[in-house]
Design a protein around this ligand. Structure first.
Ligand SMILES: Cc1ncc(COP(=O)(O)O)c(C=O)c1O
Length: 401
């Protein structure tokens, strides 16, 4: 007899973490594995950010804070939304949590009833459907193919909306696709949503600053101000400031929802750790050169990977517009034969083959709801990426088509 609650039966552990574990297991046997599974910047958070936390912890006691975050940090977030996104929020419309992930978790727990639907355009961030299922919701995952730049179109959105739709998730730049939306593309989606007043919009903008080719980022909140009272704009410190382990995410949204999220937060983790909030405030209010430097490095690596993959005939990759992943199409590899005679049935088999033969860990597209693809993270050094692309090319060359 299991002691685990039935609500967990449909929920899977994170696929990218599972790939990383497989890579670690193989590395433990002495194999030189390149792990491109997880999406973590390989930079250190700048010293003025970490020092702010150390300095405060030496000077004063670090106590529980308000569940929604310290007033100081929430004020810095209000200013950030104004300065960078042209959005007007007040402090009581801001929530801080342990990463954007916990923000999303709290928002779903606060709003989903059994059987409510959440539209997650595929490919989507791996955690979205699992969180939706955890709270009795039903993920609806319309395909947004490469031909449309992996973007949700108004027609596809309209076809996915039902009486039961509670949430539409948008994620831009997207993980895993890198897709970015223009103002007019967002407004076209907004026009459809105007007809469905019960639907809330969660816009996950955590990769906002990692955007390429001179594009300007436009927040969903700025493109569709008429939907302000049902939009939750999610962001965080992890990607822009290389602060994944500090665990600070935040959101701006309607007061009623923010208040409900505060109740959940106060009865679960109480608050985000006080020093991490001090570091986040220092990051938002301090010099922003690091953000531009990281962005430039990610763009250079994107170019390196796009060039390398273009030389491998059987793979396809349009240049990602942002974020730090390459979502590589591998349709031509399906049914190819490996050197030991196995057929590659799907992208899970492709990712396994790349790990076993090329010693490169990549996450299969199945995990993101759109196949056949595999995702590699480009958040690692140029040298490692160049070697990884070389290994992928050599592994593909050994296949029999
Ligand atoms: C789209 C997206 N949202 C949220 C997160 C999680 O961010 P955080 O570290 O703030 O929880 C990730 C991390 O990979 C992500 O890719």
């Amino acid at each position: 007899m299991s002691h685990i609650a039935s609500r967990l039966s449909a929920v899977k552990p994170s696929a990218s973490m599972a790939v990383s574990q497989a890579a670690k297991d193989l590395a433990a046997t002495g194999v030189d594995v390149i792990d491109l599974g997880l999406g973590e910047p390989d930079f250190a958070a700048p010293a003025h950010i970490t020092e702010a936390a150390f300095e405060a912890a030496r000077r004063e006691r670090m106590l529980y804070t308000a569940s929604l975050g310290t007033p100081d940090l929430r004020k810095a977030i209000v200013d950030k939304f104004k300065r960078e996104n042209g959005l007007d929020y007040t402090i009581d419309e801001i929530a801080v949590a342990n990463g954007a992930k916990q923000i999303i978790f709290n928002a779903l727990m606060a709003t989903l009833e059994e059987g409510d639907e959440a539209i997650l355009p595929a490919p989507y961030f791996v955690s979205y459907p699992e969180m939706v299922k955890l709270f009795g919701g039903v993920p609806v995952t319309p395909a947004c193919p490469a031909e449309n730049g992996f973007r949700l179109t108004p027609e596809v959105l309209e076809a996915a909306l039902t009486e039961k739709t509670r949430w539409l998730f948008l994620n831009m730049p997207g993980n895993p696709s890198g897709a970015v939306y223009t103002v007019s593309q967002l407004q076209a989606l907004g026009a459809v949503l105007a007809k469905f007043p019960k639907v809330m919009i969660l816009s996950d903008e955590i990769y906002e600053h990692i955007i390429f080719d001179g594009r300007t980022f436009v927040s969903f909140g700025a493109a569709c101000p008429e939907l302000r009272d049902r939009s939750l704009i999610v962001n965080g410190m992890s990607k822009a400031y290389a602060m994944t382990g500090w665990r600070v995410g935040y959101a701006a949204g309607p007061k009623e929802l923010i208040k409900a999220m505060a109740t959940i937060q106060s009865q679960s983790c109480t608050s985000v750790s006080a020093p991490a909030q001090i570091a986040a405030k220092a990051a938002l209010e301090g010099p922003q050169d690091c953000v531009a430097e990281f962005r430039a490095a990610f763009e250079r690596r994107r170019d390196l990977v796009v060039e390398g993959i273009a030389k491998i005939n059987a793979l396809s990759l349009d240049p990602p517009e942002g974020a730090f992943y390459a979502y590589i199409g591998c349709a031509a590899l399906i049914s190819a034969r490996t050197p030991d005679g196995k057929r590659l049935e799907d992208d899970v088999a492709v990712a396994k083959y790349l790990l076993d033969e090329g010693h490169v860990a990549a996450v299969p597209g199945t995990a993101y709801g759109l196949s056949p693809f595999f995702r590699i993270s480009t958040a690692t050094s140029d040298e490692v990426l160049a070697e990884a692309v070389k290994r992928i090319g050599a592994a593909v060359a050994k296949l029999e088509f």
